[in-house]
Design a protein around this ligand. Structure first.
Ligand SMILES: *Cc1c(COP(=O)(O)O)cnc(C)c1O
Length: 344
């Protein structure tokens, strides 16, 4: 990391240089697609994806309401309206049957979040949307490298969006993001949109462009970390398997259906109706926990509306994330398990 840092410093080129284009090719190749476009952060990636697909004022975009409001923020930034699809109560991901029903209202696009590191039913969702000519965007900010039948998150739909915020499975030392696509024309639009709408210097060909660039330093650091990502994800998965096997409590429901590489365990999330008491107990045992996320998007003070989705609200009321990252050691894992199991 220090060598990468020094090489950017001595090259003296800090924005959209060789480190960014090298990282873009490496990341595209790693994801199994032709094009990657580095941007400022994951939220910008979502917004630029919508703009590249011509989603504008008054358009409706389908998404879920339990995924931290990032998609909603991007949809609203385009002047579009989020329409919320219910989640599956077991996976806590978009319910593909509910989506199939909602597609009849002819939305402009769908944003699918691979929440907590788990791939959604993306093959079916992409097929159902393709049949109606509706574009799909995958939010992969928690799912770098998740794969099914050898195909990685972000490569199923028209566009995949990533964040490299430091705590993500692939994290920079600051903000960063990227979009991936197989479509050369979309990649070209995204490259223009991330830089003022320019196709050439000082020539604005696309409306709604902005400045959202991945910088050289972050790109160089990400190129150092990318080769270790599969091993880090494997470590996360083995920690999750230890939690799955070790935690047993009649008031706690563990994540179901953790099959294989389709879950890169960005977060280890359990469900507990007495969440506040469990959190307090864990804190007493010296175990940090967090809630991802406490409010459905439509319950956020900024956007309150009359939507009511029971499975979504049950999830927001009960989810609790345990510590789960590649640097946890075996003794710490055992402490977390004992702390959870001793909850009364
Ligand atoms: C972190 C995250 C984002 C936003 O990424 P930033 O880089 O913080 O803007 C978007 N979607 C999901 C699911 C995330 O977890």
């Amino acid at each position: 990391m220090r060598a990468a840092f020094d090489s950017v410093l001595s090259a003296g080129h800090f924005v959209l240089g060789k480190s960014v284009s090298d990282f873009e090719s490496q990341f595209a190749h790693w994801c199994g697609v032709e094009h990657a476009v580095g941007v400022g952060n994951g939220s910008d990636a979502l917004e630029l994806a919508l703009r590249a697909l011509d989603v504008g004022v008054g358009a409706r975009v389908l998404t879920v309401a339990n995924a931290g409001a990032y998609a909603t923020t991007a949809i609203r930034a385009c002047g579009a309206l989020p329409v919320y699809v219910e989640i599956d109560p077991d996976s806590l991901l978009m319910d593909a049957d509910a989506l199939a029903c909602a597609l009849k209202s002819a939305p402009a696009a769908v944003i699918v979040t691979h929440l907590y590191g788990r791939l959604a039913a993306i093959e079916r969702i992409v097929a159902d949307c393709a049949a109606r000519g509706i574009a799909v965007i995958e939010d992969c900010a928690q799912a770098h490298g998740a794969q099914r039948a050898g195909q990685r998150a972000g490569s199923f739909a028209q566009i995949g969006c990533f964040s490299f915020y430091p705590t993500k499975n692939l994290g920079a030392l600051g903000d960063g993001g990227a979009l991936i696509t197989r479509d050369a024309a979309l990649a070209k639009r995204l490259r223009a949109l991330r830089q003022y709408g320019w196709t050439h210097k000082y020539q604005v060909d696309l409306p709604h462009g902005r400045n959202s660039r991945l910088d050289e330093l972050q790109a160089a650091l990400l190129s150092v970390k990318l080769p270790g990502l599969d091993a880090d994800n494997q470590r996360r998965r083995s920690i999750a398997q230890r939690f799955d096997a070790g935690i047993g409590h009649c008031e706690i429901r563990l994540p179901s259906g953790r099959a294989g590489w389709d879950d890169v365990v960005h977060l280890y999330v359990l469900l507990c109706p007495r969440r506040a008491a469990l959190r307090a107990h864990l804190a007493e045992c010296g175990v940090h926990s967090a809630v991802h996320y406490p409010l459905a998007d439509y319950q956020q003070p900024a956007w309150r509306s009359a939507v009511h989705l029971p499975h979504t609200e049950q999830a927001t009321a009960q989810v609790l994330s345990l510590p789960c990252h590649p640097a946890l050691n075996d003794e710490e894992i055992a402490r977390v398990i004992n702390a959870v199991n001793s909850f009364v």
